[in-house]
Design a protein around this ligand. Structure first.
Ligand SMILES: [Zn+2]
Length: 320
């Protein structure tokens, strides 16, 4: 029987007071990394009874059969990616419409594909701080328009088939407006770009805040996840190790920038400092330099990272 959104979901705005937990890992060497599970381009993996992940272009997008419709998590980089994604949804969940879309954030590789889904009347979940970025899509729409649900802390979606938790970052992290999704039944966290196990984290967004990012990693870790699925790359089956790797990188970056700021060092010194201080083997020096420079430019003497001026929305309203 067809049910309305309100009847299908019990959407609860909850403040989950999750205390940061210590890393559940013995001191010393990290555990050996199991073979990576990676989806080949244009392949789809079923990750749970009612959940799938596919790689469209370079982007991992997930979808969930919620009983009366399908929820998409991210929409790919291009209209072509979104078209391929919708074809896979149709193949794997026949006869059910996409009713909900969750955006982990608005970087083009994650969600420019949404432009190819317009016009649409899906319900779109974004971080509260992304409201201005998506307002134009709604108010400029001709015909059908999405309804935006702005998440402030946590929305728990209790659907017929499964429960999903959509968490908004309390402060800017990778971007000003990250979301991450937790599936309690499987212990899976869809992390967007907040954890990057096999590639360099990107800290050069206009709104990146390493401190907010570190606090978000604490919240994810407190759930003791079994699997992390990021925007790109293989699934992480060693969440504690990969969370630590991202955390260590951010902490080291903060330490170096703080020292430079205290000395009043010029921007031109950033690359040399990174080289001399060996930030780690996570990223090539060129990417470290881009990451560090953008942060250093915005860093205030008291160590804060106010966002740079608002850029144009990353999510286009045009169909193609
Ligand atoms: Zn990103």
């Amino acid at each position: 029987m067809k049910q309305s959104f309100a009847m299908t979901f019990l959407a609860v705005l909850a403040s989950l007071a999750v205390a940061p937990a210590a890393v559940a890992q013995a001191p010393g060497a990290p555990p050996p990394r199991p073979p990576a599970t990676e989806i080949a381009p244009f392949e789809t993996a079923q990750t749970d009874t009612n959940s799938w992940v596919g790689r469209f272009g370079g982007t991992n997008c997930a979808w969930f059969d919620l009983g009366d419709g399908v929820l998409l998590l991210d929409t790919g980089a291009t209209a072509e990616d979104a078209k391929n994604l919708l074809a896979e949804v149709k193949r794997t969940v026949p006869g059910k419409a996409v009713k909900w879309v969750v955006m982990t954030h608005l970087h083009p590789d994650s969600n420019n594909g949404f432009g190819g889904m317009l016009p649409t009347d899906v319900t779109l979940f974004v971080n509260r701080r992304a409201t201005e970025n998506v307002r134009g899509i709604v108010q400029g729409a001709k015909g059908k328009a999405p309804t935006v649900v702005a998440v402030v802390d946590t929305v728990v979606l209790v659907a017929r088939t499964q429960t999903l938790e959509i968490h908004a970052t309390a402060a800017p992290a990778h971007t000003e407006h990250d979301l991450w999704v937790y599936v309690p039944a499987s212990g899976t966290v869809y992390v967007g770009d907040l954890v990057t196990s096999t590639r360099c984290p990107m800290t050069s967004d206009r709104g990146t805040d390493p401190k907010g990012w570190l606090a978000t990693l604490d919240r994810i870790e407190a759930l003791h996840p079994q699997v992390l699925i990021a925007t790109r790359g293989p699934f992480s089956q060693v969440p504690a190790t990969d969370l630590k790797q991202t955390r260590d990188y951010l902490n080291r970056m903060l330490e170096i920038l703080k020292e430079m700021k205290a000395k009043g060092a010029a921007e031109a010194r950033v690359s040399g400092e990174l080289f001399a201080k060996k930030i780690g083997d996570y990223c090539p020096l060129e990417l470290d330099t881009i990451n560090a420079l953008e942060l250093y430019r915005r860093m205030t003497p008291d160590g804060k990272f106010p966002p740079a001026k608002l850029a144009k929305t990353d999510v286009p309203a045009a169909k193609k």
